[in-house]
Design a protein around this ligand. Structure first.
Ligand SMILES: *Cc1c(COP(=O)(O)O)cnc(C)c1O
Length: 475
């Protein structure tokens, strides 16, 4: 006899099967969002080397960071705890856009005819259009509870600036932003967004700081760089006790905040009945890459899994694949602590590629140590290949990716093709760090045939790196 109980059972059973077979998007409920961030340092055998004081070259005393950063963030910067609680206020604000969907890229798989499965975590759904809000909200929060009145920051492509503008607006903090000049000119609407969320924006190098004036005296036509803009923002914060500085990438606490991406993805991959063989993130200073990758890396470190973890960097700014591992400044002028990093040298002037968020000379201490120890790998992608991948993805999945994110897409496609050639089926996960709706001028230039690759000679890297010799011992 077929009872209603049987029917309910079969319905549930059938739905479960259908769910695994045809689901395209995997959503977590709000209350399934992870309550803690993951700190990979707890699981690293070789811990990242300590930052050094720029003057004395001795390991930095964390208290020396207090003029620049809120104490709560400094504590996270040096923490060895594996799990760090997300404060309730931050958790509630995350709910403005989190949890974000995990998507099976059926369209992209079909477009390239692969037998592999490709998934992406869609961080472009945040109101500012990228993953950057994941760290902007907690950074503004810790500053707010410690009484900070004003903040300064730099922004490259404009993504970090927009994220921090909105976060500071949520907490009632004033914000001054130094925006890399090439982006300021290429992306005027990014500035409009920052103004709308209440921030003040100037093009960097500017005449507002000694650092900016120094660069302009030497290079009057400087198109700016993240390194220069950081110098300006740090200088302004250091000179005013009521003002603190915020960095959108590179530092340990920023990577920590971004792990919400990978921790959600882990749960969503489980809903999909899969586990990634390959995890990919594009790489500027390492925050979205670390966000998607470190929670999966933790299962490699514990010996349970062997996921391949790949950072996708621009061939025109190849610190991971062609840089050296040594102490270097985080900025161009040399105001920040010395960080142990894969670097092209803080004087390296990256080409004006459209993936502005990836034009940074170095990588963070954690990611650099992981790369040195062979626990992650890196691939460099040429600008034209990234746009080709971006357009393919846009036409297959409907989302126009940020030029930064197209680096991850390009590597995901080539990994799928490699798997097909080897006759294996892989499960590939990449992070879609942001959408490109503010970057249509770059797409126009690509369609008009005006974009080029920017090959970098070994000599120019060697020259830039050679200027570092006097700073600290190489490893
Ligand atoms: C800033 C940015 C990046 C690069 O920064 P990471 O810290 O390396 O993640 C990548 N994609 C987007 C969309 C960005 O805004």
């Amino acid at each position: 006899m077929f009872t209603s109980e049987h029917r309910a059972f079969y319905k549930q059973y059938l739905n479960l099967n259908l769910y695994f077979m045809i689901s395209r998007k995997f959503f977590l409920a709000e209350n399934e969002m992870p309550r803690q961030w993951y700190n990979v340092v707890a699981d690293m055998v070789n811990k990242p080397l300590p930052p050094l004081h720029p003057g004395t070259k001795q390991p930095l005393n964390p208290a020396e960071l207090e003029p620049l950063f809120a104490k709560g963030l400094i504590a996270q910067e040096i923490s060895q705890e594996r799990w760090i609680d997300i404060p309730q206020e931050v958790y509630d604000l995350y709910k403005i856009y989190r949890p974000t969907p995990l998507v099976r890229a059926f369209g992209l798989e079909k477009a390239i005819g692969t037998k592999s499965k490709i998934y992406f975590k869609n961080e472009s759904v945040s109101p500012v259009g990228s993953h950057k809000l994941n760290s902007a909200i907690p950074q503004a929060y810790y500053n707010k509870i410690e009484g900070t009145k004003r903040m300064t920051t730099e922004t490259g492509a404009g993504q970090w600036g927009t994220a921090l503008s909105f976060a500071c607006q949520l907490f009632g903090i004033d914000l001054n932003i130094f925006m890399v000049k090439v982006s300021y000119e290429q992306k005027p609407f990014r500035k409009s967004l920052m103004n709308t969320w209440g921030a003040k924006v100037v093009a960097s190098p500017s005449t507002l700081t000694e650092s900016g004036r120094k660069i302009l005296a030497e290079f009057p036509n400087s198109s700016g760089s993240l390194g220069i803009a950081i110098s300006e923002a740090v200088e302004m914060a250091a000179k005013d006790p009521e003002t603190k500085y915020a960095l959108g990438s590179v530092l340990n606490h920023v990577l920590l905040h971004q792990t919400i991406i990978g921790l959600e993805s882990e749960k969503q991959m489980e809903m999909a009945g899969d586990y990634p063989d390959v995890v990919i993130g594009c790489f500027g200073g390492g925050s979205n890459f670390s966000g998607i990758a470190l929670p999966f890396l933790r299962h490699n470190l514990s010996g349970d899994k062997k996921t391949e973890i790949i950072a996708a960097e621009p061939a025109s700014c190849p610190k991971l694949t062609r840089g050296v591992f040594q102490y270097d400044f985080g900025d161009t002028v040399g105001l920040t602590p010395l960080i142990p990093m894969y670097t092209l040298g803080h004087n390296f002037q990256p080409a004006d590629i459209h993936a502005g968020g990836l034009r940074y000379h170095g990588a963070g201490a954690i990611v650099s140590q992981l790369l040195k120890d062979g626990l992650i790998s890196a691939q460099a992608v040429q600008q034209l290949d990234t746009f080709e991948a971006g357009v393919l993805f846009a036409r297959a999945e409907g989302i126009i990716p940020a030029p930064e994110s197209t680096h991850a897409i390009s590597v995901a496609i080539s990994e799928a093709k490699k798997a097909d050639e080897a006759g294996v089926e892989k499960t590939i996960l990449f992070n879609l760090s942001g959408h490109g709706l503010m970057d249509m001028a770059a797409y126009d230039q690509y369609f008009a045939g005006n974009l080029t690759n920017f090959p970098i000679s070994a000599e120019s890297i060697a020259e830039s790196v050679s200027k570092l010799e006097h700073l600290a011992e190489k490893f």
